[in-house]
Ligand binder design. Structure first.
Ligand SMILES: Nc1nc2c(ncn2[C@@H]2O[C@H](COP(=O)(O)OP(=O)(O)OP(=O)(O)O)[C@@H](O)[C@H]2O)c(=O)[nH]1
Ligand SMILES: [Mg+2]
Length: 331
């Protein structure tokens, strides 16, 4: 594991190529890489946790990437932050294609020395993109990025995943699109910490303020995620970079709120626990897939129902009993 120690040192020293290699290692399905990735994570774990983890969600074309670029550039220029951008693309779970794909290039931000941009992981057999994004967050923190922004397309499942890995979850709406109703219907608001109406430009500034005020009123009827936090609704133009400072300040006051209410520590523990459970399930799957006796049983069961000697679903019930027997014998 000497080379992994070296990789960990390089990541901590801000070597971007090493950080990319580390993230790729954590995305790999190879057994050797899996062990190396866990070792790497343990080397880096003491240096994680010192960032603001921000999730940005919204329908395709809402302007998520444009906003992340504006917010990232702002936090580098005005607050001397180092910014990492990651993406969760739920479509890559099903195919190796990616709907975020090239659109996550963020040209202006990507040229900055203090920014690191990583596109969505592609499909893997074991982990899933949520788990891979969580390990990428940890690696970026160890590399001293202090603002980590995760972009995801709003399609339900990915919003739940993102909610389990960030401190603040920002829902991006488009002025005039009537999304407020849509979002409420989908139950997304249960996860949201702040809402921003984007594209408040080209004569739509007033409309944006009206829609934000209306949504704010409607949100007052919803119970908020944390006691004492009423969901702020803002407006901005990611393109013209207006309203960015207010978004940043809201993120900071949300962070303060979590700290004051002592929610922050618990939430971070839950995030880690969530990741460990997902990695543990992966270890179990690999273990079971390689277990000789279990594999013999599975083959037998399959042959039996294919020969119509037993009903296919009843086989599973019998399988459960057979497994219990195997593990009792092994104890
Ligand atoms: N007028 C206006 N257009 C914007 C604004 N922000 C983004 N756009 C435009 O909206 C389009 C989509 O922007 P993106 O930032 O790629 O949107 P996205 O939400 O990341 O899209 P996906 O990654 O495909 O889900 C682009 O043509 C942007 O130029 C804005 O504030 N005002
Ligand atoms: Mg995008």
């Amino acid at each position: 594991m000497e080379e992994i120690n070296l990789l960990a040192d390089k990541i901590r020293n801000g070597d971007r190529a090493a950080l990319s290699r580390g993230i790729t290692l954590c995305e790999s399905d190879l057994a050797l890489h899996k062990s190396q990735a866990l070792f790497l994570l343990d080397q880096l774990y003491p240096f994680t946790g010192n960032s603001i983890r921000i999730g940005v969600s919204g329908i395709p074309g809402a302007g998520k990437s444009t906003l992340i670029e504006a917010l990232g550039t702002y936090s580098i220029d005005r607050h001397q932050k180092r910014v990492a951008v990651l993406a969760i693309d739920p479509s890559s779970e099903q195919s190796s294609g990616s709907i975020l794909g090239d659109k996550t290039r963020m040209e202006a931000l990507s040229t900055r020395q203090d920014a690191f941009i990583r596109p969505s992981p592609t499909k893997t057999q074991l982990g899933g993109v949520a788990q891979q994004t969580q390990t990428a967050i940890l690696l970026c923190e160890a590399a001293a990025y202090d603002v980590i922004i995760v972009e995801t397309v709003g399609v339900g499942q990915s919003e739940i995943a993102i909610n389990h890995m960030v401190d603040v979850f920002l829902l991006l709406q488009i002025v005039g699109a009537g999304d407020d109703i849509q979002a409420m219907k989908r139950g997304v608001l249960e996860w949201v910490d702040m809402v921003v109406f984007n594209k408040a430009d080209q004569g739509k500034e007033t409309q944006a303020r009206v829609e934000a005020a209306n949504m704010s009123k409607a949100l007052g009827l919803f119970p908020s995620k944390y006691a004492g936090w009423s969901i702020p609704v803002l407006s901005c133009s990611a393109l013209e970079k207006t309203g960015i400072e207010a978004i940043w300040e809201t993120i900071i006051s949300h962070q303060l709120h979590l700290n004051q209410k002592e929610i922050f520590k618990k939430q971070r523990e839950d995030q880690l626990n969530n990741l460990l459970c997902s990695l543990e399930a992966q270890v179990l799957r690999v273990f079971l897939a390689q277990h000789k006796k279990i594999n013999v049983l599975r083959k037998e069961n399959q042959l039996n129902w294919q020969a119509k000697e037993v009903p296919p679903f009843g086989v599973l019930e019998a399988f459960k009993k057979q497994l219990t027997k195997i593990f009792l014998e092994e104890e």
